[in-house]
Design a protein around this ligand. Structure first.
Ligand SMILES: N[C@@H](CCC(=O)N[C@@H](CS)C(=O)NCC(=O)O)C(=O)O
Length: 230
């Protein structure tokens, strides 16, 4: 049976962009499962599966409804153990949690701010109002103020990728010999910006950019089906 993935989009339904939804997309593709992305705008999220979650991604797999990207990956691993592994065992699960926390703490604040105005501009009018009000309440300042550090913060952001860059001198994937869910966690963060903003966060020639290109090539170049934002 086809799994449904409620996937965040802006005014262009063909441009899913949420970092967390991309993690779920790549996890489903990694498992080789048949799934269908359901384009979901911010204001649609409360209606998803009768209010199953305030956030997407949410998946429906038969009778099972699962929300939260990490919980979705764990669910897929448990439910489809004969498909390619997303974690490589319990130790891999625990380490993927570290990568998720690192990504949230180190990557998301800068990337979210860097793409903020582009994400805002790519919403329909009613979703723009929701986005501005909810984010300004969260940040305690205007969207424009949050986004204003983009250029000044770029060098520090690139430097903060050094643990990843250095890891990639030892191995091709964060997961080791092949990609695992930990790769998709970081991929999702960078894909968020690629899909919504023309701003170049990683320099050409950077090992991180090369790894990101390899991620874009995975699963029939799934990540490239959405062109980079122009
Ligand atoms: N921890 C969650 C975070 C999910 C999340 O933050 N989703 C955002 C989109 S990136 C969302 O649904 N936001 C809805 C809203 O802000 O109203 C996960 O990993 O899935």
């Amino acid at each position: 049976m086809t799994i449904l993935l409620y996937d965040l989009v802006g005014s262009d339904a063909g441009r899913p962009y949420s970092p967390h939804c991309w993690k779920a997309t790549m996890a489903l593709a990694h498992k080789g499962l048949d799934f269908k992305s359901v384009p979901t705008r911010f204001l649609d999220v409360p209606e998803v599966e009768n209010g199953a979650s305030k956030l997407v991604p949410v998946i429906r797999d038969g009778d099972a409804v699962v929300s939260d990207s990490f919980a979705i990956a764990l669910y897929l691993e448990k439910t489809y153990p004969d498909r390619p592994t997303l974690f490589g065992g319990p130790g891999g699960e625990a380490m993927a949690r570290f990568v998720e926390r690192w990504s949230q703490a180190t990557l998301h604040p800068y990337l979210g701010a860097a793409a903020l105005m582009d994400i805002y501009e790519r919403q329909s009018d009613d979703n723009k109002t929701y986005f501005r009000n909810s984010r300004e309440a969260r940040f305690g300042k205007s969207l424009e103020e949050v986004a204003s550090n983009r250029d000044a913060g770029l060098a520090a952001f690139r430097a903060s990728l050094e643990p990843l860059r250095s890891t990639l001198t030892y191995q091709k994937w964060i997961g080791g010999e092949g990609p695992l869910f930990c790769d998709y966690i970081v991929f999702g963060a960078l894909q968020w910006v690629r899909v919504m903003s023309p701003f170049q966060v990683i320099a050409d020639g950077d090992l991180v950019q090369e790894w990101f290109g390899r991620c874009l090539d995975l699963h029939g170049s799934l990540g490239r089906r959405v062109p980079a934002a122009a």
